[in-house]
Ligand binder design. Structure first.
Ligand code: ADP
Length: 508
């Protein structure tokens, strides 16, 4: 199968969250299954041509993309890769992408005001590049709102194009919260006529243009990144963020596939970012990592003091509101906390306050630090992830592999991947709570600490059970292939029906 994989973040080139990890690992897993994958992302200003060995491609045709009244050129770069089945392409546009941020201007901390133009341009530039390079994909796999106009353009502007008219699309929702909602005037900028903007149309949502709605409407098949989230988003506005009706109308085409993790990168036995390797058979290294972790955060603790780690975008999605009211209570008990994150100022304030008030109990680093994220996974005893909603979540999967038992809220991918502690059987791979309340959170943390302190042999067994869980990409990549096949079959049915209709009309 020939697959184009379109994402605005791909590790190691550009990353703000889990999407980048998925966009790096899934194509490789698909390549190993024998499929050909061309990945596309913008050529941001911070992607070093030298470090990544990028080179500019010359194409026979000059590519042009309409953006509002202007017509913009397209530059394409690629890497020299040793993997024959996976290639990465970078779409170059100096004004749109040669910037320090992906979505947010670091100077103002606000979204770039021209994001709709930037991402509409990206979608069309990718389609033009596909034509110019004759990639001839069977399916285009779009990810999140920034790429959601691709299925719309395919269905509206490329139906007569032999290179693209039979290309199927899969649209993956990594997060319903970010939909790409913009004022009505954007219809002119994205070059989709105003006649397509009316109440209930594919582009309109409460008098705004909604990119995700267009993706949900036009893509042949849809999926989310966990089965539980696929259900949640259809059945409540809290999870569906207003698009639950649209999602329900596509229920037959909506699937859930849990993300895998890249055990080449996240493997405690071979991870170069942690000082002391370890595995399920010998956890000595884990204890040494814990000591290093405490040292780096300026904390000290007697042996057997539980350490709770947090690595997170500091956003309301992550359930940190629950932590505020009970943080003092937690920090007054016999434990240590280490926090790594960056995001909304109110959470920075919360953790700064905690670090100043309880300097010997909690260590806080406000920033993005990949190495430290690995060390927290390796050195902590527990990993706290009380998300309000969680499409899949990767950190709990890393935690499982590093024997750091996750404490999670039972939602989305967290519910699908963490087996909660069963006090009767004394089994499980983590701890979970359901009600979105601080009391419920406090209750489950106390339960976890109780097992840690009083049932050491159960604790060790839970660690081993957690480390043995397998969330490698191979199984999930096979499920994506099934979805691509479904999308292709659906596209063929639609094309056949359209052809039949055309020939009936011409016979009349
Ligand atoms: P989301 O995509 O919603 O942010 P995930 O759990 O799916 O959440 O993925 C988060 C990814 O980003 C993980 O790879 C995690 O380690 C990483 N990450 C998040 N915040 C930081 C940070 N401050 N420093 C380093 N890595 C981080």
């Amino acid at each position: 199968m020939r697959i184009v994989f379109l994402s605005t973040e791909v590790a190691p080139y550009a990353k703000t969250g889990g999407l980048a990890d998925v966009a790096a690992a899934l194509p490789v897993a698909l390549g190993m299954l024998g499929h050909h994958v061309n990945i596309f992302l913008p050529k941001y200003g911070f992607i070093s041509e030298k470090t990544h060995g990028l080179r500019k491609l010359s194409t026979d045709v000059v590519m042009r993309v309409p953006v509002g009244y202007a017509t913009e050129g397209v530059g394409v770069w690629t890497t020299d890769t040793t993997d024959t089945n996976v290639r990465v392409y970078f779409i170059e546009h100096f004004w749109f992408f040669n910037r320090a941020g992906l979505y947010v201007d670091p100077r103002t901390t606000q979204d770039y005001s021209d994001n709709p133009a930037r991402f509409a341009y990206l979608c069309r530039a990718v389609l033009e590049t596909i034509r110019a390079l004759k990639l001839d994909p069977d399916v285009i796999h779009c990810n999140d709102y920034q790429t959601a106009l691709t299925p719309a353009y395919l269905n509206m502007a490329y139906t007569a194009d032999p290179a693209l008219s039979s290309t199927a699309t899969l649209y993956t929702i990594h997060n319903m919260q970010y939909q790409g909602r913009f004022p009505r005037d954007i219809m002119g900028v994205i070059n989709i006529g105003y006649e397509h903007f009316y109440p209930g149309s594919a582009f309109e949502y409460w008098e705004q243009v909604n990119f995700m709605k267009a993706g949900l409407t036009f893509a042949d098949v849809l999926n989310t990144v966990s089965p539980r989230y696929a259900q949640e988003i259809q059945h409540s506005s809290e999870y569906g963020h207003g698009l639950e009706g649209v999602l329900r109308s596509r229920s037959d085409d909506l699937y859930g596939i849990i993300n895998g993790i890249d055990y080449g990168v996240w493997n405690p036995r071979s991870d170069p970012l942690i000082p002391h390797p370890f595995d399920a058979d010998d956890l000595t290294g884990k204890a040494h990592n814990k000591a290093t972790l405490l040292y780096l955060f300026g904390l000290s603790a007697p042996p057997n003091t539980p350490v709770i780690g947090i690595v997170s975008r500091l956003a309301s999605q992550k359930g940190l509101d629950l932590l505020g009211p009970v943080l003092s209570t937690l920090l007054e008990s016999d434990l240590r906390m280490v926090v790594l994150g960056t995001g909304e100022p109110r959470y920075h304030d919360l953790f700064r306050w905690a670090a100043e008030t309880y300097p010997d109990k909690i260590g806080v680093k406000l920033g993005f630090d990949d190495r430290l994220a690995h060390l927290i996974e390796a050195g902590a005893d527990l990993f706290l992830m009380p998300s309000r909603f969680e499409p899949c979540g990767l950190n709990q999967l890393y935690s499982l592999r590093y024997g750091t038992l996750p404490i999670v809220r039972e939602t989305g991918g967290l519910a699908d991947t963490v087996l909660p502690y069963d006090p009767v059987q004394e089994t499980g791979t983590g701890f979970s709570f359901s009600d979105y309340t601080s009391e419920a959170l406090l209750g489950v943390v106390r339960q976890a600490l109780d097992v840690y302190r009083h049932r050491p042999e159960v604790w060790q067994e839970m660690i081993r059970q957690a480390m043995r869980e397998d969330f490698s990409w191979t199984a999930s990549a096979k499920r994506y292939v099934e979805l691509y096949e479904k999308a292709i079959a659906k596209k063929e049915r639609i094309s056949a029906a359209t052809d039949a209709k055309k020939s009936r009309t011409s016979r009349r």
